[in-house]
Design a protein around this ligand. Structure first.
Ligand SMILES: [Fe+2]
Ligand SMILES: [Fe+2]
Length: 135
């Protein structure tokens, strides 16, 4: 699916990164739907994994700086996301098909953004409004 405004958490830099992640997911969905050769899928997945690692590191660094009280739990949820991506890579490489797996991961990621990311965003907006950027 495509990113839309209902997914915004109100921190501009983070919303832009989430948009990028949805672009990666869309590319993977399209690739699965077109039954692209496996090396293409592998490449797209490695790009998603790399970008996700960058994004999660940014969030974790920010939460550390602002001393977000639930930062340890948030980092744990991120570790799970990376595990899920590794699992997705394994499954898709094995089967070459797996649109349902991609949408399963997507749902999961959306839930993280809407629940966990939104929760820290409320804290950051309240305590560190200068970090939020225009919105
Ligand atoms: Fe996030
Ligand atoms: Fe997060």
């Amino acid at each position: 699916m495509k990113w839309n405004n209902s997914l915004a958490i109100g921190i501009e830099a983070i919303d832009n990164q989430h948009k990028q992640i949805f672009e990666h997911l869309l590319a993977i969905e399209n690739s699965v739907a077109k039954r692209d050769p496996r090396h293409i899928l592998r490449f797209l997945l490695s790009q998603l994994a790399e970008y996700m690692k960058f994004h999660l590191a940014v969030e974790e660094a920010m939460l550390e700086i602002v001393r977000y009280p639930q930062r340890a739990e948030h980092a744990q949820a991120h570790a799970k996301i990376m595990e899920q991506i590794a699992e997705l890579e394994k499954q898709l490489q094995k089967t070459g098909s797996g649109a349902d797996l991609v949408s399963f991961f997507e749902d999961w990621f959306i839930r993280h953004v809407l629940a966990d990311d939104r929760q820290y965003a409320a804290y950051v907006r309240e305590e560190f409004p200068a970090l939020v950027g225009r919105s």
